[in-house]
Design a protein around this ligand. Structure first.
Ligand code: FES
Ligand code: FES
Length: 513
């Protein structure tokens, strides 16, 4: 980037001049290549997640669909370029309310809300904040805590002393992968693999069945061809037929993408150990069996150079692990049959919850599935069993978390016993995020996959993740406990899903949209 021979023009980023080497680049391409790693790529070039939002002349703008040639003479500000006191206020507020978990979406959201302030908006006005957040997706937090952070910034609230080691321990339990907690995470400095790779690493991107390798991401993607996510008119349908039987309760589920916002990314040096993709969260279990590390190691060894492997939204939808679809039939005595997409380990999980229920694994043409996805299998069975009983009660997750959920006047009320809380802010944040995910799973989340197994919904907005304005009030009560700390959010996910499904009258197919 610094070679003046290649330089086409310069743009102003956070008060410094940054060289643009190719007019065909987007603003996001230029920012990332200039080392501005706080600006994230969650879905480029779809322009749908908001993770790449920056301020252009004070107005929020999605940089992945902004041609850089239009940025001549404009002033671009990222979270890194905010006034130091302002950045600290945002980071502290997000940390204080638990509004940032993996942190991938957060810098873009901060830019959006700062833009609201710049144009004279009111951070304490819930409707204004809700409208501003419409351009964003957050998979982790469930929005409530982000709204609270906005109010906190407006009121200039100060930050209480926290034990961030304990907070990180709680976040790691909830995310089932190493997770740090602190103000830096909100500013995009949590340490994602693509952000911490050596600056001179080669870049490998998906290209057909293989990988295109180049010196920069822009060059690699140009060589691979344009990535064009799309949404289909094909209706999502459950891929597994119900077994024959005289069932009192039935439940069929479809294909669901976990919809984590950081596309899988790994880097590796020759002869070294791959780094990522499990940094800053576990993507709800979806990245736990990723094979990208092998790809990164192989290319690094072949080229004798460090390489970072960077995927994109469309690749993640096609290749990322999904929740195994099921078809369940239960008789009044609690016996019955579960048919589930053949998935390593899923049968054992189901048999542990319903020893009297037959489990049959079937081939379901479609994307890969994983039993490591949050609550895979056992939550579906708990739903059907709750439908049989006609009430939810408290749900105990296989590793010990206990939760209850009620829906009162449209609001979701949760209790969670996760052993010693370690950090109430983090536990509450994960509980709210799990409730938001459960609500979306029952009501709206699914992707269309045809009978041949080809995925057709390839944009992040097509997954049905609930937006901030569609998310009801979620209240969490943490049960005091002396038990050793355990994951609590999976039990919350199960309890809320069951409560929402029962309230809807136990419809035989989810999502209910
Ligand atoms: S990366 Fe730009 S909107 Fe998602
Ligand atoms: S904190 Fe928003 S996507 Fe993870």
């Amino acid at each position: 980037m610094s070679d003046s021979i290649d330089r086409v023009f310069e743009i102003s980023v956070d008060g410094r001049q940054v060289a643009v080497t190719d007019e065909a680049m987007t603003l996001l391409d230029v920012l990332r290549e200039a080392g501005v790693t706080s600006v994230k790529d969650g879905c480029a070039p779809q322009g749908q997640c908001g993770c790449c939002t920056v301020l252009v002349d004070g107005a929020p703008r999605v940089s992945c669909v902004t041609p850089v040639r239009r940025m001549r003479g404009r002033s671009i500000v990222t979270v890194d370029g905010l006034d130091a006191g302002r950045a600290e206020a945002w980071a502290s507020a997000f940390c204080e309310s638990g509004a940032s978990q993996c942190g991938f979406c957060t810098p873009g959201i901060i830019c959006r809300l700062e833009g609201l302030v710049i144009k004279g908006g009111d951070l304490t006005d819930d409707a204004q904040v809700g409208r501003a957040l419409q351009a964003h997706l957050c998979r982790c937090t469930g929005w409530t805590t982000i709204r609270e952070a906005a109010v906190s910034v407006a009121s200039g609230a100060t930050v209480a002393v926290r034990d961030f080691a304990a907070a990180g321990e709680r976040a790691t339990l909830e995310g089932r992968a190493d997770q740090s907690v602190g103000p830096d995470v909100a500013l995009g400095r949590g340490g994602f693999a693509d952000d911490i790779a050596p600056a001179d690493a080669l870049v490998a991107v998906p290209a057909g069945e293989g990988w295109a390798v180049a010196a920069t991401l822009f060059e690699a993607r140009s060589a691979a061809g344009k990535i064009q996510g799309r949404r289909t008119t094909l209706e999502p349908t459950p891929p597994i037929a119900l077994p024959e039987g005289d069932w009192a309760v039935t439940l069929q589920t479809g294909w669901v993408d976990p919809a984590y916002l950081e596309p899988d990314s790994v880097w590796c040096e020759p002869g070294g150990e791959p780094v990522g993709p499990l940094l800053n969260g576990g993507a709800f279990g979806a990245k736990s069996h990723s094979r990208l590390g092998e790809v990164a190691r192989r290319i690094a060894d072949e080229r004798g150079r460090s390489v970072r492997v960077v995927t994109d939204r469309e690749w993640v939808v096609r290749n990322g692990a999904k929740r195994p679809p099921v078809a369940i039939g239960l008789r009044v005595d609690g016996s019955g049959e579960v048919r589930v997409a053949a998935t390593h380990g899923i049968a054992d999980i189901l048999r542990a919850v319903g020893p009297a229920i037959d489990v049959v694994e079937v081939d379901a043409a479609g994307p890969p599935t994983s039993a490591a996805i949050r609550g895979a299998g056992w939550v579906e069975l708990h739903l059907a069993l709750a439908g049989l009983r006609g009430h939810v009660g408290s749900i105990r997750a296989p590793d010990g978390g206990i939760a209850t959920a009620k829906i009162i006047d449209g609001a979701i009320r949760i209790t969670v016993d996760a052993g010693q809380a370690l950090d109430d802010v983090v536990l509450r944040s994960y509980a709210i995020g799990a409730a938001h995910m459960a609500l979306g799973w029952i009501r709206s989340e699914s992707i269309a996959v045809d009978e041949q197994g080809t995925v057709h919904d390839l944009t992040i907005r097509s997954f049905g993740v609930l937006r901030a304005i569609d998310t009801p009030q979620i209240k969490v009560e943490i049960v005091e406990s002396d038990r050793p700390p355990v994951n609590g959010s999976d039990a919350v996910f199960a309890a809320v899903a069951a409560a929402v499904w029962l309230e809807a009258g136990c419809p035989p197919v989810i999502p209910t949209r």
